[in-house]
Design a protein around this ligand. Structure first.
Ligand SMILES: Cc1cc2nc3c(=O)[nH]c(=O)nc-3n(C[C@H](O)[C@H](O)[C@H](O)COP(=O)(O)O)c2cc1C
Length: 402
């Protein structure tokens, strides 16, 4: 299971971005009692009006008490039962509509139960589990079967378990499962100052805007795996392992390829959305990569790295001051003797679209003279990419001087 693409209007905490309501659960994989307890404990610490904690939960675990679980499953709407039958744990959320301290109506009870429920879901997510809340159930039979007294309100049933293989779902569920996730825009959901004045979030700019607006596969620099010259360079230098930094990793295809070759990869990009896409790819490919949202001009990365691969950051800096910061930062991040594989637009590439910095061999030799030995500089191309003609590039292999 992999979470489907979502467009954010502002970068958000990863746990929140990762949570979603999947319909595929691994039926054979139990959730441990400790994991269930952690989810319930997270819910216990939710805020509530007057601190009344009006929520209550009923847990049914197929691996520990199958009859109770079956009884609860049977009350779900057929469409929900169809996929929820694979969830090993079902949790009913109910709430007490009366304040315990005075017996008066608690009109925030359902609101508070919702807060507890999302805390439970987020804790599950942080434990690598999946949750899917449901309102589709037969409340009367659920009340009878589970002996829930009046006046408690039955709010939801939450399916909890491990992610399953979504490709085994039937076609209709698969198409829902694999659809892009959408939300109303903030301007529709939020008013500014008074009702009726739509809120306008700050517009994403620069790289973040590019990644928010366009699916990564449609970006001109998208390329699956390593460019041929980078792969050849790694082979020629007999680099097989060590700490590698993929600078400006974008959608993560190159970082994943480096990890698959045996490097311990750190990948950075200035765009949060790019990092999210890269993380999803790494998860789908089953490789472990450390990701950072980082602006190289104010970098908080710490090395040292044996290898730095830059396929498109250096040529974004057309002015000397930024190039100088780049050089100092790269040197700080690299071990003495470490390799920098740098790919940038060639000066002879005249297309209007593309980075502001375009260089020839003499430029590169000049820029890097102070701190690097040049191993090789060759004419090359970016790609293959979506561009009809692969942009002309310089491929440079440099070694950090001690
Ligand atoms: C109170 C509540 C009731 C829901 N009921 C159902 C349901 O009966 N069946 C279902 O498949 N999903 C149900 N959902 C899941 C929503 O459809 C889902 O949260 C929503 O589409 C947003 O998708 P996401 O959770 O993946 O972001 C419910 C969610 C909530 C919070």
């Amino acid at each position: 299971m992999a979470q489907q693409r979502m467009n954010v209007q502002a970068p958000i905490e990863r746990l929140l971005a990762r949570r979603w309501s999947s319909r595929s659960f691994a039926a054979e994989k139990a959730v441990t009692p400790e994991q269930v307890a952690a989810c319930l404990e997270a819910a216990r610490w939710a805020p509530s009006c007057f601190g009344a904690q009006p929520w209550r939960f009923i847990v049914a675990d197929r691996f520990r008490d199958e009859p109770s679980w079956q009884q609860l499953l049977a009350t779900l709407a057929p469409k929900n039962r169809h996929w929820a039958q694979h969830a090993p744990v079902l949790i009913v959320t109910v709430c007490d509509p009366l304040f315990a301290h005075n017996g008066l109506e608690n009109r925030w009870a359902e609101y508070d139960a919702g807060q507890a429920a999302i805390s439970l879901c987020l804790q599950a997510e942080s434990l690598g589990l999946c949750c899917h809340q449901m309102g589709g159930f037969d409340a009367a039979s659920l009340r009878t079967a589970l002996q829930i007294p009046e006046p408690l309100h039955i709010m939801s049933v939450t399916a909890l378990g491990h992610a399953g293989d979504s490709t085994t779902l039937e076609a209709e569920l698969q198409s829902i499962e694999h659809a892009a996730r959408a939300r109303k825009p903030l301007s529709e959901l939020v008013h500014h100052g008074v009702w009726g004045t739509p809120y306008a979030p700050p517009q994403a700019a620069g790289w973040e805007a590019r990644y928010q607006e366009t699916a990564v596969e449609q970006l001109p620099w998208f390329h699956t795996g390593l460019d041929d010259d980078i792969a050849r360079g790694i082979d020629a230098l007999a680099l097989t392992d060590g700490a590698a930094l993929d600078l400006g990793c974008g959608p993560g295809t190159q970082a994943v390829a480096l990890a698959q070759r045996g490097f311990q990869v750190t990948a950075s990009d200035v765009s949060w959305s790019a990092i999210e896409a890269a993380r999803s790819l790494a998860e789908a490919e089953g490789v472990c990569i450390e990701f950072h949202v980082d602006n190289l001009l104010e970098s908080t990365l710490s090395g040292p790295f044996d290898l730095v691969v830059d396929r498109g950051v250096f040529h974004c800096f057309a002015d000397q001051e930024n190039r100088q910061t780049y050089l100092e930062t790269i040197r700080r991040l690299m071990k003495p003797g470490a390799i920098l594989l740098l790919k940038c637009f060639h000066k002879s590439e005249l297309s209007e679209i593309g980075p502001p910095g375009r260089y020839d061999e003499a430029d590169i030799r000049g820029f890097f003279a102070a701190g690097f030995d040049i191993i090789d500089i060759s004419n090359s191309h970016f790609g293959p990419t979506l561009c009809s003609e692969a942009p002309k590039a310089l491929f440079c292999m440099l070694k950090r001087r001690s």
